[in-house]
Design a protein around this ligand. Structure first.
Ligand code: ZN
Length: 234
């Protein structure tokens, strides 16, 4: 009876969740992490992308449709280095897949499942058009989901891309703090930072942090190399 009551409430205005996720079944002898960079609306942080190419560090870019259309130079850079960068789905318009009436970090949420569906499927179509590779993973704008929306997104065939280490708090943290958080990553960490804020200090911290991980011998996995079974709730 309790679960029925919760399922019923979930279709109206359930509390958003922030799914945590880590890599699993990893080699015991090597620090292994996944670096994920969100391209919300905004610009292209060429500092990070160039550093990743110089250091040969793979990353998964979660891009919105509006970012792809607004950053043709950035997109061309990512595609020119497709051996390093996978592009996955961050939604078409950066609308949080959350039901009901609320804002998260000031962003109005989808409100209903039909809007969630179009946000996810149109975002996937934009990526397929831009890259010729259909995305398999979706990460919510703001990282928050209504549980009913998560079920709907999985039904559409996408894995839910959570994370375990929020490295830059929406590119709002100073470089030193971001570097410290990333450098402290433990085995299996799914690291979240941002690649859409080229004028903030956070990006310099991303570069310093990942270079420290690399110095420690870390291996970097991309989401397109993972099966859903390789991820576990943290
Ligand atoms: Zn975002």
């Amino acid at each position: 009876m309790l679960s029925l009551a919760r399922a019923s409430a979930a279709t109206v205005d359930d509390a958003p969740v922030e799914p945590r996720m880590r890599l699993t079944d990893l080699p015991a002898d090597r620090l292994t992490v996944a670096l994920t960079l969100d391209a919300c609306p905004g610009g292209f942080d060429e500092r990070i992308a160039t550093a990743l190419v110089e250091s040969r560090i793979p990353a998964t870019i979660f891009a919105t449709g509006i970012w792809l259309r607004g950053n043709p130079v950035g997109l061309a850079f990512l595609l020119a280095h497709h051996d390093l960068f996978a592009i996955e789905n961050h939604g078409e318009w950066h609308i949080p897949p959350v039901l009901g009436h609320r804002r998260i970090y000031g962003i109005p949420v989808a409100g209903d499942l039909a809007t969630v569906r179009s946000e996810v499927t149109e975002g996937a179509a934009s990526i397929t058009a831009a890259t010729e590779t259909p995305p398999r993973w979706y990460r919510a704008a703001t990282g928050r989901y209504s549980p009913a929306a998560m079920a709907e997104i999985r039904q559409l065939g996408f894995g839910i891309a959570g994370y375990s280490l929020n490295a830059d708090a929406g590119a709002s943290l100073p470089a030193r703090a971001v570097a410290g958080r990333i450098a402290a990553a433990t085995n299996g960490e799914v690291i979240l930072a941002h690649v859409n804020q080229p004028y903030r200090q956070s990006g310099l911290g991303v570069i310093a942090g990942i270079r420290e991980l690399q110095r420690r011998g870390a291996g970097f996995f991309r989401f397109d190399q993972l099966a859903a079974a390789d991820l576990a709730d943290a």
